[in-house]
Design a binder for this molecule. Sequence first.
Ligand code: CP
Ligand code: NVA
Length: 302
Amino acid sequence: MRHFITLDDVSVAELERIMELAEQIKVECRAGVRKPYLAGKTIAMIFEKQSLRTRVSFEAGMTHLGGSSMFLGDDVGFGKRESTKDFGNVLSAMVDAIVFRAKKHESVVELARHCTCPVINALTDKAHPCQALADMMTVKERLGSLKGRKIAWVGDANNVAASFVQIGVKLGVEVVLATPKQHQFDRATVEQITSADPNYVLQQLTDPFEAVQGADAIYTDVWASMGQEAEETQRKIDFANYQVNAKLMAAAKKGCIFLHCLPAKRGVEVTDEVMDSPQSAIVQQAENRMHAQKGLLVWLLP
Ligand code: CP
Ligand code: NVA
């Protein structure tokens, strides 16, 4: 059974195939052609945290592909009415894939253990692999190529950053981080997210201006992720020098693009000026969630 829980679950060739499918389906979609690649298929979605992009992109995507999706709210009693084993056994007997956004990464791993259909990670505290697919698709569209590109991640070394580094290692994109020392990835995480290339040296810098030197793109995310609300005040202090603003953008390579997985806190980790600039790829990046996940679903579902 193939799952998509982290980028570890796909080889480089498989990843390239998923992205190729995504690009092809996007071209078709843009031309008004919606081929029923997944006619009769259905996915179930469980969200333990809020979502706009992930939820809507999977739902709209499945409809475009001729399939259907169901959003399972609190009333199914996941984690409350019965064991994860029974829940997973039953649900996976009726649907073709399960999309799960969980507070704890281990919950997705645990559910997948009991499912006879693919489980797709829709974000956990550790990873956001669907986001990474859309991110690289966007970078390729904007810059024309991926290999040899340098992207500076400025801000928290979080779930989105982890998957972005991981996909970068696989696709030959150098990701340099600028993060306050106490918020950097620990050694075990670095080993895990760079494991596809044992020679990869992940640069974790503390100076954003150093990190963006020669960068083709600057990527940031919120300083306090969902579940870290209690740390928000302290994090605003810790990350005060890490805002992506016009000055930082100007220190990168000419034509450098701006990325953000969204939702953003405007005026905190990024200024309005950068968010709304021609260099900003944020809306394209969000739209590409749908195209990228279509590629993933078509690849994953037989
Ligand atoms: N980027 C992202 O996953 O957005 P949502 O939380 O709205 O799904
Ligand atoms: N790092 C953010 C990403 C949201 C899409 C969070 O986990 O809340």
